[in-house]
Design a protein around this ligand. Structure first.
Ligand code: ACM
Ligand code: ZN
Length: 650
């Protein structure tokens, strides 16, 4: 078995290690950075265990997680309202002593409390099953950084992961698939396999497994939140019990049928067993990305809509979520769901997890609902953390450590009176492209540590350069303790052209569009193609402009001038359907009326290439022109995107 991080920490605190050459260490080491530190003179030297006096107080702190710690040359006094406060004080001490590597620390007083009560880490165990040992190891690391919620995504199309006594087929069958690699399964007929059959890949947790995990988490002051997806992302449950889908067929359906009472019988029975195992305040009911297509023609769904006076399928989803909300609330728990649960009307007791940006979260706060922020652009750790050409294959996107750290959950558009509904933040890791445990750890750490600091530390104390310096020795210790972390020392960073900018003749030139920019990817709007700013590794970085049509723009250079080069760079990333154009054509004009074609550039990149690619479609020329018209034809794949960052003219 691996050696756990906290296992190392605890052992190290209580075992005297001879001098390591490190001088007295202080609160500068601590992650997350404490609320207030007042330095005083002198150091505290200890042999063996440091002497820690704990004082349980009845008031003086707002949060049960808060603590104060005074270090004098004679010893350490910790005050807190609860065991959690003492636990976190010890975590701070562990950071100061570099997990027991030093026996001399600077005298100071620390007053510390969390900015947010919810500081979560999400683990997708559906796409790839993870062992309980793996989860415990992540709990150890979470505790070290004062994270307090582990969100387990237990069910999804790729496999059901929790044994349910009343519905044994969920784990005898829907927990297994013929393919190990998720993409192979996704591109196949997406069938499941019998447990124990040749080649069956997957797994599930028993009640005992989860009780063991919950107890382990509880000892580390972490709550485990189970997620049972509904009504979408439920292919596996429907494959096990086909009557739960609209068509009654085993395959080809992802949404439960909300017209069928059997669906509610199933969901309530599953939730009963879930709530019996998990004592968490929140029960996550998913709610994201339901297709809802089959509901439009299903007689049962249509009858439900008529009987309940529901105007559309969004309201039908809302009917299901509200009914489940009432059920879960009647058992003394709260539901939490992805921000799609807003569509069609938000259930009364629901807390919203805002992932499609922050808009849904802010709207929910204004409506008086609690919110956890995890916007994909900052909190989705499944995006590559470094240049994609040196990283393992990922779902796409680029989310380096500084971007995660730069996320500020409090937005100016949040009314003051709603701010108390902003409950916290969460780092999410979807695991389609993450088959192994070590790869998952590599994606979590250090980016989850950045979000841990965002969740705990006050805004004024956060500083990326300081964080980066503090986190590097911590990562080294994690690697020593057996974690696979990303190495910041080797970070390549953003596309070099983004860092340098592009100098050319058309910078600042006016651009007219023959086809509309897609409003999901406007980049900087009508100045994006001539702002001298290249796009980065991610098509959603706000620098690339996206088109679901052919591309057709005209650049006005302001006056006739010599033109020796015209080019534009396109991106290809087949996963999210971004492809090179079939061909680009470049025209020039002196008067803006008569255009001459000066080049046609044909694509030579296969649409099958799965890697992130950039290719310039350009021409070298010898022209006099004021206007440049640049057109690019889509490659012909239905639903395919064109992404372009700059029209370069020299
Ligand atoms: C999600 O990423 N579909 C919640
Ligand atoms: Zn139906």
């Amino acid at each position: 078995m691996h050696k756990s991080f906290v296992g190392c920490i605890s052992a190290a605190v209580f075992i005297f290690l001879c001098s390591t050459g490190l001088s007295a260490q202080g609160p500068d080491n601590v992650i997350p950075v404490p609320s207030e530190v007042v330095m005083s003179s002198g150091t505290y030297r200890f042999e063996g265990e440091p002497s820690v006096k704990t004082v349980l107080v009845k008031k003086g702190f707002d949060s049960p997680e808060a603590y104060s710690m005074k270090i004098t040359p004679k010893g350490i006094t910790v005050k807190a309202l609860s065991e959690t406060g003492f636990f976190y004080a010890m975590k701070t001490l562990d950071m100061m002593t570099r997990n027991g590597k030093v026996n001399e620390i600077s005298c100071c007083e620390i007053n510390d409390s969390p900015r947010f009560g919810y500081r979560g880490l999400h683990v997708d165990v559906s796409r790839h099953f993870r062992s309980v040992d793996f989860l415990k190891k992540q709990l150890d690391a979470m505790a070290a950084f004062k994270m307090n919620r582990m969100h387990l995504h237990l069910t999804d199309g790729a496999g059901w992961r929790l044994k349910i006594e009343a519905y044994p087929r969920l784990t005898e069958f829907a927990a297994w698939r013929p393919h190990h690699i998720w993409k192979d399964w996704w591109e196949s007929d997406r069938h499941y396999a019998e447990e124990g059959s040749a080649g069956a890949y997957g797994g599930y947790y028993t009640k005992e497994d989860m009780l063991d995990l919950i107890e382990y988490a509880h000892e580390r002051h972490i709550e485990v939140i189970p997620e049972i997806e509904m009504p979408g992302h439920s292919e596996e449950a429907i494959a096990a019990y086909p009557e739960l889908g609209c068509s009654g067929k085993q395959y080809g359906q992802g949404d439960f049928c909300p017209g069928n009472e059997k669906t509610f019988e199933f969901l309530e029975t599953v939730l009963d067993e879930v709530m019996e195992i998990f004592p968490s305040e929140y029960i996550h009911i998913g709610g994201d990305e339901a297709g809802k297509g089959s509901w439009k023609t299903c007689p049962k769904c249509q009858e439900r809509m008529r009987a309940e006076g529901l105007a559309d399928v969004d309201e039908l989803q809302s009917y299901l979520i509200r009914r489940i909300d009432r059920y879960v609330s009647s058992k003394g728990r709260k539901i939490i769901g992805w921000d799609e649960i807003l569509d069609g009307g938000l259930a009364e007791g629901a807390t919203v997890m805002s992932w499609r940006g922050t808009k849904g979260g802010i709207e929910s706060m204004k409506m008086g609902h609690d919110v956890i922020m995890c916007p994909g652009n900052f909190c989705y750790l499944d995006h590559a953390q470094d240049a994609p050409f040196i990283e393992p294959e990922s779902i796409g996107g680029y989310l380096p450590l500084d971007m995660v750290y730069g996320y500020e959950p409090q937005d100016d558009s949040m009314p003051c009176e709603s701010l108390h509904h902003l409950k916290g933040v969460q780092a999410n890791l979807w695991s389609e492209y993450i088959p192994t445990d070590s790869h998952a750890e590599y994606m979590y750490w250090p980016r989850a540590i950045a979000l841990a600091e965002t969740g705990w530390s006050i805004r004024e104390n956060r500083d990326y350069e300081s964080f980066r310096a503090r986190v590097q020795p911590v990562l080294e210790q994690m690697r020593e303790a057996g974690y696979s972390t990303f190495s910041l020392e080797n970070e390549y960073g953003e596309r070099k052209l983004v860092q340098t900018g592009i100098r050319h003749k058309a910078v600042g030139a006016a651009v007219t569009y023959g086809q509309p920019i897609n409003q999901s990817y406007p980049g900087a709007g009508e100045t994006a193609l001539t702002d001298g700013i290249a796009g980065g590794w991610s098509n959603s970085d706000g620098r690339w402009q996206g088109f679901l049509s052919d591309f057709d723009v005209t650049v006005d250079l302001g006056e006739v001038m010599p033109v020796h080069y015209v080019g534009a760079t396109f991106m290809q990333l087949a996963g999210p359907y971004i492809f090179m154009p079939e061909k680009a054509e470049i025209f020039v004009s002196e008067d803006g009326k008569e255009f001459r074609s000066i080049a046609q550039v044909w694509n030579d990149v296969s649409v099958k290439c799965p890697d992130l690619l950039f290719r310039s479609f350009d021409t070298v020329c010898d022209e006099q022109a004021r206007y440049i018209r640049y057109t690019a034809k889509q490659c012909g794949i239905a639903g395919g995107w064109l992404f372009v960052d700059e029209i370069v003219v020299n």
